[in-house]
Ligand binder design. Sequence first.
Ligand SMILES: [Zn+2]
Length: 336
Amino acid sequence: MSERYSRQILFHGIGAEGQKKLAEARVAIVGCGATGSALASLLARAGVGTLRIIDRDYVEPSNLQRQSLFDEQDAADSLPKAIAAARKIAAFNSEIVVEPKVDDLVPANVAALLEGMQLILDGTDNFETRYLINDYAVSQSLPWIYSAAVGSYAVTLNVLPAETACLACIFPDSPGGIIETCETSGILNSAVNLVASIAATETLKFFAGERRQVRRTLLSFDLWTNDHAEISAAKTRPHCRACGERDFVHLAGEGRPHITLCGRNSVQIHERNRPIDFNEMDRRLQPHGIVRHNDFVLKFWHDPYEMTLFPDGRAIIKGTTDTAVARSLYARYVGS
Ligand SMILES: [Zn+2]
């Protein structure tokens, strides 16, 4: 075992045997924003052998306050987060395998994207994707770890199917109505690092053969008020839709709405089957505004809107929350 991991091998819970097991571990990180970045960074440095990083977004300047794998050049280049993360990791640990997947996790691709993984980590920012992960993990008897951070608050749960409560045991329904998000409540980078540190350590215990040390509670901590709580998750809830009735509605996937609001003042168009030739599109858009593209993303500024276009046709339009306006802009410049 290389010198690289000597300090970790000295730790009694890992040892040389544990380090070998980590090298063989295969972990998926769904979402590579703040939490996903911190998880990927910790686990890559710790020597987890294979990390599959799934994220469809691109790096923006507002990410840099907390998304520790990215830098100003990544934001200037609008690099996809999965690609930027893989490049950063390769620079500090070239001994592990990183598989970047520039994609959203949706019912249609969940099995393909998570195939062969032994543990799934949550770096997402929404309950829709978490319920999808939960349904898939429970249906396949795969462990996963729920992690969330908003404001100064962090919360995490280890889900060991057939052993502990699943996400749907604890939250039978998605918290409806207005949900706090980073866009509305802001976020402290320290809350992100706290939740990622806890989840990453649970991952190490899991693979190092210390499964009895794996926490069986829903743990929450508010770093600003110092309020913290633990709720037992040692038992499943009788008649839980997912792990009890095995009714995996989120895998069946009613599908996402074709167009959604995303964050403040922007609309996302979930087109997936309109392959775009960026060179041709660049030429076509030149007369109408400022255009810039690389292999992964095309940006088009058409005052007061900013459109970000992906190779398969998906778009994010900033400068409006009116889906009709966004749709007509898309139809005019990309296609109807
Ligand atoms: Zn359950």
